[in-house]
Design a protein around this ligand. Structure first.
Ligand code: ADP
Length: 383
C-alpha cells in the first residue's frame, strides 16, 4: 500500500485508547506524519464516548487498562449502532495468547504487539482501513440490491394483479357476449329457415355467411372462456391418477376415436398433484389433436410417462401430418393455426390452453415433430 499523504478532507481518524498515552508518543507522531488524524482517549469509558463523538475510521485499543479494560471497551463499541462497524485493533503484550483470543471474541479484527513497531502498526492500519472500505462498499451494494429486489417484487405483484384483472375481464366479456351472440345466431337461423327462397339467391347466400360467422364467433368465445377459466376457475391441486384421467378423456372422445379408427396405446401413468379437470382438458386436447391432424392411414396414438429428475415427463405421440420445425413455438400461442378452417376445423386455442394448464402445474410443454411422419407433444409435471 505504501506511504500516502491524504488531503485534509479524506484524512482518516485513528482513535487510540490507552491509559498511558505517553508511551505511544512515537506512534501518534508516526501516524500524523503519514497524514492520519490521531485522537487519544485515556481509558475505556472515555474511549467509548470519544468513539461515538469522533466516529473514527479505526480504533487502536489497549488491553490492560484500569477500570473498564480493553475487552469490555471493545464489547461496548460493538454494542452501539454508531460504533459497531468501526474496526478495532488490540494492543497486547507479545506473550498473551489468551488476550489475543479474548480480543477476537470481543469483536476485534486484529492485534499488534507491544512494544509497538511503528511500521507494522501502520501497515496493519492500512490493511484494515482498506478492508473496512470494501466492506462498506459491499454493504452499500447489498442495500442497493435489496432496493432493486423490492422494486422488482412490487412490479411483479402489480403485473400479477393486472394479469388477473385482464383474465377476469376476458372472462366477463366473453361470458356476457355469449347471450347477445346467441340471439344473433338463432334469429339469423330463423330468418334463413323461414325466408329461404322468398328473397333472391344472393340473400340466401349472404344469410348463410352471416350464420356461419356468428357460429364461428360462438366457437371462439367458448374457447376464450375456456382459456380464461384456466386461471379464474382453477381448483386446488390434489392427488390425481393420470390413468383415470386419460380413461375419461378417451371415453369423452369415443365418437372421434371410432370415426378415425384410431388405436390408442398407454404406458403406465402416474398419480400427480394436480387439478383433475384441467388435466382432463389437457389430455383431451392433445389426444383430440392427434386424431384431427391425421394422414391417410390408420391413426396410432401412444400416451406415456416416465420419471426424469424431479418431474414426470409425459408424451402424447401420433403418426399424423406432423409440424414443420419453424412452427414448434408458434402453435402454443393463442389463436395460432397452421391450416385453414376448411382443411381442419378449430379455433387455434387448444394448445394455448394446454400450455396455460401445464404452466399452472409448474411444468413446461413442447413439441417434437417431423412433417408426414408424426408429432410427439411432451409436457412435464413436478413429481
Ligand atoms: P386448433 O386445433 O383449434 O387448430 P390448437 O391450438 O389445438 O388449435 O393447435 C394449433 C395448431 O397446431 C393446429 O392448427 C395445428 O396446425 C397444429 N397441431 C396441433 N396438434 C397437432 C398434431 N398432433 N399434429 C399436427 N399438427 C398439430
Amino acid at each position: 500500500m505504501g506511504s500516502h499523504a491524504p488531503s485534509e478532507q479524506d484524512a482518516k481518524t485513528i482513535l487510540i485508547i490507552d491509559d498511558m498515552p505517553a508511551n505511544l508518543g512515537v506512534l501518534t507522531t508516526h501516524l500524523e506524519r503519514e497524514g492520519y488524524i490521531a485522537v487519544v482517549a485515556q481509558g475505556g469509558e472515555e474511549g467509548v464516548e470519544r468513539a461515538e463523538f469522533v466516529r473514527p475510521d479505526l480504533v487502536l485499543l489497549d488491553v490492560m487498562m484500569p477500570g473498564m479494560d480493553g475487552f469490555e471497551t471493545c464489547r461496548r463499541l460493538k454494542a452501539r449502532e454508531a460504533t459497531r462497524d468501526i474496526p478495532v485493533v488490540f494492543m497486547t503484550a507479545l506473550t498473551d495468547t489468551s488476550d489475543k483470543l479474548a480480543g477476537f471474541a470481543a469483536g476485534a479484527v486484529d492485534y499488534v504487539t507491544k512494544p509497538l513497531n511503528g511500521a507494522e502498526v501502520l501497515a496493519r492500519i492500512e490493511t484494515h482501513l482498506a478492508l473496512y472500505g470494501l466492506r462498506q462498499q459491499l454493504a452499500a451494494q447489498n442495500e442497493q440490491l435489496r432496493h432493486e429486489i423490492a422494486a422488482r417484487e412490487e412490479t411483479q405483484a402489480a403485473l400479477l394483479r393486472s394479469n388477473t384483472e385482464l383474465e377476469q375481464l376476458a372472462y366477463v366479456a366473453s361470458h356476457d357476449m355469449q347471450e347477445p351472440l346467441r340471439m344473433v345466431a338463432s334469429y339469423l337461423q330463423l330468418v334463413a329457415q323461414r325466408y329461404r327462397g322468398q328473397l333472391d339467391s344472393d340473400a340466401d347466400e349472404f344469410i348463410g355467411y352471416a350464420v356461419d360467422g356468428a357460429k364461428r364467433m360462438q366457437a371462439l368465445i367458448n374457447d376464450l372462456l375456456a382459456y380464461s377459466r384456466v386461471g379464474t376457475k382453477a381448483r386446488p391441486f390434489e392427488p390425481t391418477d393420470c390413468a383415470r384421467v386419460v380413461d375419461t378423456a378417451l371415453s369423452n372422445l369415443r365418437i372421434a376415436i371410432t370415426d378415425s379408427g384410431a388405436t390408442v396405446t398407454l404406458g403406465s401413468l402416474p398419480t400427480v398433484m394436480g387439478d383433475s379437470m384441467q388435466l382432463l382438458q389437457l389430455f383431451q386436447n392433445l389426444i383430440g389433436n392427434a386424431m384431427k391432424f391425421k394422414r391417410d392411414e390408420p391413426v396410432r396414438i401412444h400416451i406415456g410417462a416416465e420419471p426424469v429428475g424431479e418431474f414426470w415427463h409425459f408424451s402424447v405421440s401420433d403418426n399424423g401430418i406432423g409440424i414443420a420445425a419453424e412452427y414448434f413455438e408458434r402453435i402454443f400461442v393463442l389463436f395460432q393455426r397452421l391450416h385453414g378452417r376448411g382443411e381442419y376445423p378449430g379455433t387455434g386455442i387448444g394448445l394455448a390452453i394446454c400450455k396455460k394448464i401445464v404452466e399452472r402445474h409448474g411444468g413446461t410443454i413442447s413439441v417434437e415433430s417431423q412433417p408426414d411422419v408424426g408429432s410427439t407433444f411432451h409436457f412435464t409435471i413436478p413429481r
